[in-house]
Ligand binder design. Structure first.
Ligand code: CP
Length: 416
């Protein structure tokens, strides 16, 4: 059996990944291009995960010994059966369709100058950000150092709302690109003494801020800042409006597993009305050609779903939303953004809308399970699914660093 770059690009190895027993003992030839990239990815993955089990070093040895510039290397699956799951995971990171751009991208090359949201962002910009993020993700896996395109750029993280993933991943991304970010926390600032948002930002800008990364409980704050400062503004989540870097990292995670998203079916389930993640997902996915099905309690569905365009539909039932879906995005109940009385009880929510293994079977076999976090275990999803083999929730978090590096580099970086 011969696998060339073309087969690989169209998901052949995804079959191998899930069918490793059937292929046991059959030599598989990989062309040199596939081999080279696979080697990079496997090594990066193992290094990143610091895995020390016996089988893994076998694979590395196999890769090192058998790669040869003068002949196609042969991969014997019998020899790697003991580490198939790990190897399969390395394969799953590899998707040449998602890795067409082996460069970080050129700062200033996007048509957008700020990122208040993904609504209306052209497909070319989305693709450029995802390609750039894929470059950074591969580098993160290999523990590379990166071009310091944010050296000398003054970045301020303005968080008026709590955050774990977004805040830490923005800070990680900024440091990896050479910035020394300043962190503003509303509760320990003069905002707690009543200083207005506008005055707060104008004072920080007077210290020389070039970039604001802002999270706020009110929708529209990033747009307001973009209109009133000369700094680059990136939205880290505004009320129930948008969370664009989350939408991008979700799209990146799907693209790594599914290839290009054109024609893919994505179910978004839960509290969609109050979810900024859902909105950014909808705008990104529909611009990239995916079809989106929404489902949740009637009180938590969007009031005007038609506003999202023809590729977004409200399903008729949970089963219909899940039926044959390529990816399932689960959302938590946003207690902080909803008035009381929108849900009878969490127990009833779990019974009617919670995703367990039997419900997940309605989706396509091996459908991806995504969740932006934080998870309410046992409410919107049971732990067996959240931690199961179809879950890419922690991959989303890693991709969050890569996507934020890409956004910062492209919007605020300097040529290096
Ligand atoms: N996904 C997300 O926005 O998580 P945090 O609230 O922890 O940043």
């Amino acid at each position: 059996m011969v696998v060339d770059h073309h087969d690989f690009a169209f998901g052949h190895m995804a079959v191998v990944d899930h069918d490793v027993d059937r292929l046991a003992g059959k030599p598989i030839e990989l062309d040199h291009l596939v081999w080279f990239e696979l080697e990079q990815i496997v090594q990066g993955h193992f290094r990143a995960a610091q895995m020390e089990m016996d089988g893994h070093s076998d694979v590395l040895q196999l890769l090192q010994i058998e790669r040869s510039p003068c002949r196609f290397p042969v991969l014997d699956f019998q020899r790697i059966l003991h580490c198939d799951s790990c190897f399969g995971r390395a394969f799953s990171y590899y998707n040449p369709l998602a890795m067409t751009n082996a460069a970080p991208g050129i700062p200033g090359s996007l048509s957008i100058k700020h990122m208040p949201g993904l609504r209306g962002v052209p497909r070319e910009d989305l693709r450029a950000i995802l390609d750039s993020a894929q470059f950074f993700r591969a580098g993160l896996d290999r523990r590379d150092s990166f071009p310091k395109s944010l050296a000398g750029v003054s970045v301020v993280n303005l968080f008026f709302e709590n955050s774990t993933r977004t805040r830490l991943s923005f800070e990680t991304a900024q440091k990896k690109l050479g910035a020394s970010p300043m962190n503003f926390t509303a509760s320990s600032s003069s905002a707690a003494k009543g200083e207005s948002l506008r005055d707060t930002v104008r004072n920080i800008e007077a210290m020389g801020a070039d970039v604001f990364v802002v999270r706020h409980s009110s929708a529209g704050v990033p747009k307001f800042l973009a209109d009133h400062t000369s700094a680059v503004v990136i939205n880290a989540g505004d009320g129930a409006c948008e969370h664009p870097t989350q939408g991008l990292l979700d799209a990146l995670t799907m693209r790594q597993h599914l290839g290009e998203l054109e024609g893919r079916e994505v179910a978004i389930i839960g509290d969609i009305r109050h979810s900024r993640v859902a909105r950014s997902n909808i705008w990104a996915l529909s611009t990239l050609g995916a079809r989106v099905r929404l489902w949740g309690p009637a009180t938590l569905l969007p009031r005007s779903p038609n506003a999202f365009g023809s590729s977004v539909t409200v399903a008729q039932s949970l089963d219909a939303a899940l039926d044959g879906a390529d990816a399932v995005v689960l959302l938590r109940i946003q207690h902080e953004r909803q008035s009381s009385g929108m849900l009878p009880s969490l127990r009833e929510y779990r019974q009617s809308f919670g995703i367990d293994q039997s419900r997940l079977k309605l989706a396509r076999p091996e459908a991806l399970v995504l969740h932006p976090g934080p998870i309410n275990r046992g409410v919107e999803v049971v732990s067996e699914v959240a931690d199961g083999h179809q879950s890419v929730i922690l991959e989303q978090v890693t991709n969050g660093v890569a996507v934020r590096m890409a956004c910062l580099h492209l919007l605020a970086g300097r040529a290096v």
